[in-house]
Ligand binder design. Sequence first.
Ligand code: IDP
Ligand code: MG
Length: 142
Amino acid sequence: MAGNITLTMIKPEAVAKNYIGPILNMINEAGFKIAAMKLTKLSTRQAEAFYAIHSDKPFYADLVDFMSSGPIVAAILERDNAVEEFRKLIGATNPENAEEGTIRKQYAESLQKNAVHGSDSDENALVEADFFFANSDRVDYM
Ligand code: IDP
Ligand code: MG
C-alpha cells in the first residue's frame, strides 16, 4: 500500500522571493493537507545530515551551503500516494525539464535553487518527517 505522507521543504531562494504563499496554494489545490509545518533555518550540520545520501556527489558542498543560507519552510503533507503524487506536482529536479503546471516549472530558479524538496520514497518520507517534527507536532486527518 502506498504511504500517505511526504516531506517537503520550500527552499531558501523561494522563501526569499516570497513564494511561500503561492507554493502552499498549489500544494493545497493538488489535494494535499498540511499535517505539520514550520519556518526554520538549517545549520550547516543539519543540511549536511539531511542530504547525507548525496555526500559523495560533486554538488553536495554547494547544496549544503545553499540549503543553510536562509529560512526554509518544512512541512509534512498528507494525501493518498503522497510521495509519488507530490513528485508529479513538483516536476523534474532540473526546472528546465519540469513540465508546465509543476511547482518547479513555475517557481524554480536553477537546478540547485529548484524551489522545493520532495521525499523520494515512503521510507525516506518517514525519516525526513522525523528529522523536522515530533509526533506531537503532527495532525492526523485520516
Ligand atoms: P530531487 O530534489 O529532485 O530529489 P536529488 O537528486 O535528490 O533531486 O538532489 C537533491 C537536490 O540537490 C536537488 O533538489 C537540487 O537542489 C540539488 N542538485 C541535484 N543535482 C544537482 C546538480 O547536478 N547540480 C547542482 N545541484 C544539484
Ligand atoms: Mg531527492
